[in-house]
Every structure is written in C-alpha cells, then in structure tokens.
Design a protein around this ligand. Structure first.
Ligand code: V47
Length: 410
C-alpha cells in the first residue's frame, strides 16, 4: 500500500472490514497512526455491532487484592510493597518510607478468612464473580491459595472464582513443595474451586519493552504457557494489553497479533479459549514511570477500537473503567467495546490519585446501566462466561439469547 495516501490506505482497510477479512500488522499500524478517529470508530463499531448488536454487557463483581507485597519491582506498578525480612529489614527514611520511596504503612496481606469474608459480602450483595489477584508474596505457601479458593467456595457456593494471573500461577509452581508443574497447580486450584483465570500480567509481548519496564516478570513464553495449559484443561481465560508506557504503536499491534494467533490455536485444538481482551490504559502516578504522560483519551479510544478490529477471533472487548474512567468507558461503547467491568467495589492496583488514592472504587448497577443506556445501548448483565443473568427479586437465574436477540430465562 506504500505510495497511497493515508485516506486511500484507510479506505482499503475499510473494504477489508466490510468484507470480514482479517487485518494485517501493517493495517493495525496504519489505523493507530491515522488521525481519522471517526472512521476508526465507525469500523470498530461495525464489527462490534456485527458481533453483539446493540447489547452492552456488564457484570456485578468484586475485585479482591489479597496482598500488595511483591517480590517483583515492575516499573509501571504503583501497587507493590517490599516485604520486610527479619534479618535484612527495610531501611526506612525519616518519613517511614522504604528506600524505594514507598510508604511502609499501607503494606498488607489478607488472611484466608478475610478473603472469604469479602467474598461472602460480595455474594450477599448479589455479585456473580470475585476477581482475585495479588502481588507475588515471598512467604505465603501454596496451601494459602488452595485454602482461599476452598473457603470462598464454602462461603458462597455459586460465586464464580476468577483468580490469579499467569505470573501468580508460575510463582505457585516455584513455591510449591515438591515443585508442581503449571498443570498440577491449575488442577489443584480447580479442585479447590477456581473457575477461570483473569488476563492480567500480559503487558506488552516484546523483549525490549519487557527489559525496560518489567525485567524480572515472566515473559511472553511463560504467560502463553499458562494460558495454553488452562485452555487445554478447559479453563477459559481473559487477555490484556497494558499500553501507553514505553512501547511503540507497532509493538501494540504485534502484541494483539500474538493474542490472535494463540486464540486461533485454542479455538482449533483446545477445550477453552479467551473470553475477552481488556486493553489497560497505563496510569503513571505513583509508579517509577511517573514522568511519562500516559495515554490521552484519543489514544485510549483508538487502542480500544484497533483491539476490536485486530482481534477478530476474541468475542468481547472490555473497558475497565477503573483505568479508562467511567466517562471514557461510556464513549468507548461506540468505539468497539461491548463490555464494562463491573461494580468492582474495591481496587488497589491502580488508584485515581496514584499510590496514595482511595482503594474503595465502586460503581453501582444503576450507574452502569445509565451509562450504557445514555450511550444508546441495551444493558445486559452477564456472568463471567457471558451468559445473561436474570434477577427476579429472589436471587439469580440464568438466561439465554435466541438467534433473533430475544431473551429467555432457563
Ligand atoms: O496485571 C498494573 C496492569 C493488571 C498498572 O481479566 C496497570 O477480566 C495500568 O489485569 N496502569 C491488573 N495498568 C488488571 C487486570 C484486569 C482488570 C480488569 C479485568 C480483567 C479481566 C483483568 O493491571 C496488571 C497489570 O497488567 N497494571 N499497573 C498501571 N499503573
């Protein structure tokens, strides 16, 4: 396509989208470079409506972060706290901050009982899902995670347990005694109650970016190993892309294509696949990359739209309003996004004012539904597996959509 004007190149991409053809890496880069935000939105919306009509999904969930102690020091992360060791301790300055400048006062680890209590509260409030992730704690044994799943299952039998990112799963293989394989870790967690894996920790699949921003984290190979084995075992998972830090636009597109290739293989040969992709907008405040500006609103919209256009085999594109803001998440419902996460309640990994912000970050169902309605969409409460949830005032029921978009309780 070289030699053609940007308008001609966009027109040729539009033809491919209209014909349902797969977009190339060059197409993705062209879309991200284009300033025609309306045309990009129109194309992403075409695909979004082809897949989901006018429906916009949301879920009633609760995020639980069980510890912010972490052995990793990812530069983009404002969440982690160093674990004080008896022998080494942590050198504190006069303000009670560790050598890395992070406050020592807000480090925490929840007991199994505390996690189960939060899950029980969520259950009583009508949540269908708990989304549980935490730092890589240097001391907690693998039995803690097994007991956590079992205690939640006991406290709230019907709730869906979506827990532990790929890097946590790899951490569990390292701390288990005797050392377990990824498959064995997943098997034991599933026996204890785990249902699915969230998509966190993918960041950007690129060695240069990995070296610059999250050097000691598992790389692409480890992340895909966990998701491949989960899919082989019939455990659905999600995917993410953390964008807007030190990566280039072409590296975002490469990341999306790697997810697409993995999904092709899962759909062809494995028992489960990715349910959704969640493009995560980098929040610099409180991280070691706080001198970076983070993505603008237009960059967010473009990246969500391009994710929709490139990921032709992943059914849902989710906006996580915690990172995008509720306002942009609402607008994104016309830029390729069909799903909003969620009621959330508490979230500790990113906070509005950086590391020092409020953990309590809740969206009421009324507000989510209003955001969706005002965007001209029909709100549909879903469970983790995207089955519609029916509430009849006496608890939850499940329903199905028929081929004409009608809805029936089952
Ligand atoms: O793994 C960390 C990212 C992820 C920052 O699967 C940051 O349904 C932006 O994965 N700015 C956790 N992002 C969130 C996540 C997620 C959220 C909602 C739904 C699902 C799902 C998954 O957030 C981390 C990391 O990739 N992250 N720090 C930051 N400063």
């Amino acid at each position: 396509m070289t030699g053609h004007s940007p308008t001609e190149r966009l027109a040729s991409i539009a033809e491919k989208v209209a014909a349902g053809e797969r977009l190339s890496h060059a197409d993705g880069v062209e879309l991200l470079a284009s300033r025609d935000i309306h045309e990009i939105g129109r194309l992403a919306n075409l695909v979004r409506e082809r897949l989901h009509g006018n429906r916009a999904f949301y879920n009633v969930n609760r995020h639980i972060n069980y510890t912010n102690y972490c052995v990793l020091r990812c530069k983009f992360c404002s969440f982690y706290r160093r674990y004080p060791t008896k022998d080494a301790g942590i050198a504190e300055n006069q303000d009670g901050a560790a050598a890395d400048g992070r406050s020592l006062d807000d480090a925490y680890e929840l007991s199994v009982e505390e996690v189960a209590e939060l899950a029980a509260e969520a259950c009583a409030a009508g949540a269908t899902e708990v989304h549980i992730v935490g730092g890589l704690h240097p001391r907690l044994p693998f039995s803690y995670y097994i007991e956590m799943c079992a205690a939640i299952r006991e406290a709230c039998p019907p709730i869906h347990i979506k827990a532990f990112t790929a890097v946590e799963i790899v951490h569990f293989t390292r701390i288990s005694r005797p050392r377990l394989s990824i498959r064995d870790v997943l098997t034991q967690l599933r026996e204890a109650g785990l249902d699915t894996l969230p998509g966190g920790g993918a960041e950007i699949f690129d060695d240069r970016v990995h070296g610059e921003a999250y050097q000691n984290k598992i790389g692409e190979e480890g992340w895909f190993d966990v998701h491949r084995i989960a899919h082989e075992m019939g455990i659905p998972t999600n995917a993410t892309m953390l964008y807007g830090h030190v990566e280039r636009p072409d590296e975002r597109v490469t990341h999306l294509i790697k997810l697409r290739e993995h999904q092709d293989a899962s759909l062809k040969d494995r028992a489960a696949s990715f349910n959704c992709c969640v493009p995560l907008s980098f929040i610099p405040e409180g991280s070691e990359l706080s001198d970076l500006p983070g993505p603008t609103g237009l960059d967010d919209l473009k990246t969500l739209a391009v994710s929709r256009l490139m990921l032709d085999n992943i059914p849902h594109i989710k906006a996580f309003w915690i990172m995008h803001t509720a306002k942009l998440a609402q607008v994104s419902l016309s830029w390729g996004v069909d799903d909003l996460d969620g009621t959330v309640v508490e979230y500790d990994i990113t906070k509005r004012e950086g590391g020092a912000g409020e953990r309590r970050q809740e969206m009421s169902v009324d507000r989510i539904r209003r955001l969706i309605r005002e965007a001209g969409r029909e709100p549909v409460e879903r469970d983790t597996l995207y089955q519609p949830v029916v509430r009849d005032g006496h608890g939850l029921g499940r329903g199905v959509h028929d081929s004409l978009g009608g809805f029936h309780s089952v």
